[in-house]
Design a protein around this ligand. Sequence first.
Ligand code: SF4
Length: 336
Amino acid sequence: MINYVPNKAYIDPKCLKLERGKQIVEKLEKLNVPLEYTKKVEIKGDSPAEIYMNAKNTVLVTVNSQKKLAPCRPSADYQFSLTSSCPGNCEYCYLQTTQGEKPYIKIFANVEEILQVIDDYIEENKPNITTFECASITDPIGLEHLTGSLGECIEYFGGSDYGRLRLVTKFADVDSLLNLKHNKHTRFRFSINAKYVIQNFEHKTASFEERMEAVRKIAEAGYPIGFIVAPIMIFDNWQQQYNELFERLKGALGNYQEQISFELIQHRFTATAKELIQSRFKNTKLDMEEQNRQLKWGPYGKFKYVYKKEQSIDIKNYITKLINTNFNNSNIEYFT
Ligand code: SF4
């Protein structure tokens, strides 16, 4: 896929005092992105769909002044962000309902300060290991060609005795990360799915083939690897397509010997998400028929629609069987 280039970038003047801020601005200039030097972002559009698309094509380069990190249980101790929102247009993005009606992209240029905050948390928790997730409100690979900040973070954690990093991505632009001194301290998780799901719902992310190639490269580079298979859906020939997914994954991983983690999440939606998705993606093919689902009480105080019990068990059993058939070094962390 072609790397993301925004239609417009706003530059918070504070960033121009930072080396990384200047580098990002230079890159944007080389890409002929129109720049405006203010942190007041304006997004226009005549419909929710247009506003969403315009926001996704707009970047604000700014600083992240957060000194207190939010917990990120159960996947890590804390979360931090180098960017927020992302260039992808996934219809069921978990950020659809949390980033407001204008989910423009923020790039944080003060990586040194962000790493200092992380360092303070690690120091305080020594000699225990402290784990950090950097993909809670973004996709950390989707903007790496503009920022280079994830690479810096991976090397920071590579040199840290007590800090560990986790990330998850639907992008495949990993070449700049392959020769870093990661020291196996970063767990690289790929969000993967059947071809039908990626092609129909994960717009502007890496294709199935590109993700397989990125998996191969990251495995060869010796990173700890994991996969989030989500959202798992039932559609015509879903079983064959998920079978193909795991067979291809096995091929991409070659003789990778380390333990591989799998997180399995069936498709779900809330009433709010359904309304938002239908307003942003008018021709969506997402199955959000309430009568095909059952209600489950979610941890965030909202009911969500999940597959009915029988189907849910079918999904769990089938995907578990595929993983166990293809990998003897796998660990299924959860199915939900
Ligand atoms: S790649 Fe991830 S963060 Fe980006 S739109 Fe898709 S689901 Fe959301």
